[in-house]
Design a protein around this ligand. Structure first.
Ligand SMILES: C[S@@+](CC[C@H](N)C(=O)[O-])C[C@H]1O[C@@H](n2cnc3c(N)ncnc32)[C@H](O)[C@@H]1O
Length: 343
């Protein structure tokens, strides 16, 4: 399955690929009429386009592909081309089911601009595939790059690269990049990224990115850090706690070169902490901080969303929005922040 995002993230265009065509979309005979269970990966077919995606897998939007939803509602969220020459208007439960099945495919290729990465679910343990945050980072990098704001970047690091998509995008797009370091706590993540990135400018490391920064400076630090505050936070899983974010803000000039930049995700859930850290840091370091991209997205970390005590805490103290909209109950805003060393 291929998920291609448009430059402005207004559309996610989904294609079925190779064997999926033979197994789900009735392309089960060869040109000479014999039965086949396989098709080459070069064979692809447009299945659905999601408009204004807020998740990479949005079950609500898939479930709109049934007759009980008004055409107006559907047209707002999805576009379905004629598949195998059959128009899906009015829509059909078969289409809904086949799209759900397609999303179960273990191999997914994500494409944004000139960058593509194949991610196989389960091949590398506990590694996060590209998410909507990942794409928003690339969208932000694209905008900064067009303005020439990243022309000075020669040495960059990504802390917590997961699948490696953002680093790959940087390698493919920054005009003067000479060295790209990827460091993740999870060894499997480094293995996963190594498989997708074949570039002599790349350095792969395993370990705590904050320790690695000690005595080092970069022109660009990119980090999509954990961002969900919790009472008595333990910082021992990839989505919880804000230790990494706070450290990066408070040490901007220690770990970036003059003019250097940190690009990080400041969710509305941890915005208060980030604002305070920025204010305090400005008292003794010359830095600027601004949001360069923002997107309202559902909170889809189930271990959090299913934990009543935790969601109540986030609602009371950290701006979690509990209002059913477009098929989702809990909402946050993700902001890509640019923090610049002006010394
Ligand atoms: C939400 S994932 C982001 C993956 C990727 N950057 C993306 O946006 O698609 C966070 C990643 O950060 C890693 N991580 C968390 N804290 C870290 C730390 N202190 N040092 C290095 N990696 C860390 C996790 O192992 C995980 O792979």
């Amino acid at each position: 399955m291929i998920m291609k995002f448009t430059d402005d993230l207004s559309e996610m265009i989904v294609h079925a690929q190779g064997n999926e065509l033979a197994q789900l979309f009735a392309h089960d005979t060869t040109d000479s009429g014999e039965r086949t269970y396989t098709q080459p990966d070069s064979k692809t077919m447009h299945v659905i386009t999601f408009k204004n995606p807020v998740l990479v897998t949005d079950n609500y939007k898939i479930n709109l592909l049934t007759p009980e939803h008004s055409k107006e509602t559907r047209d707002q969220h999805v576009f379905v081309p004629n598949i195998n020459g059959i128009s899906m208007d009015p829509p059909h439960s078969v289409l809904r089911d086949v799209v759900h099945k397609l999303f179960e495919s273990p191999k997914k290729t994500t494409i944004y601009g000139n960058t593509q990465l194949e991610f196989e679910q389960g091949k590398f343990n506990s590694v996060w595939g590209p998410s909507i945050d990942t794409l928003l980072f690339c969208n932000a990098i694209r905008t900064e790059n067009i303005k020439g704001n990243l022309d000075h970047v020669k040495r960059a690091i990504e802390i917590g690269p997961g699948s490696g998509f953002i680093s790959k995008y940087l390698l493919n797009n920054l005009p003067n990049l000479e060295e790209m370091t990827l460091i993740d706590l999870n060894e499997e993540s480094t293995n996963c990224a190594r498989e997708s990135i074949d570039d002599p400018r790349t350095i792969f490391e395993v370990g705590d990115g904050l320790k690695y920064l000690e005595k080092r400076k970069f022109d660009l630090i990119v980090c999509n850090p954990p961002y969900i505050p919790r009472m008595d936070s333990s910082d021992d899983n990839p989505y919880e706690g804000i230790r990494v974010l706070e450290y990066l803000i408070r040490n901007t000039t220690t770990h970036t070169t003059p003019g250097g930049i940190i690009l990080t995700n400041v969710s509305s859930l941890c915005e208060d902490y980030a604002r305070e850290a920025i204010q305090q840091t400005k008292a003794y370091q010359k830095i600027t901080a601004e949001y360069i991209k923002s997107l309202d997205v559902p909170l889809k970390v189930f271990n959090v969303a299913f934990n009543k005590k935790w969601t109540e805490y986030l609602k009371d103290k950290h701006h979690l929005i509990d209002r059913y909209k477009n098929g989702h109950s809990f909402w946050q805003t993700i902001n890509i922040a640019k923090i610049q060393n002006c010394e």
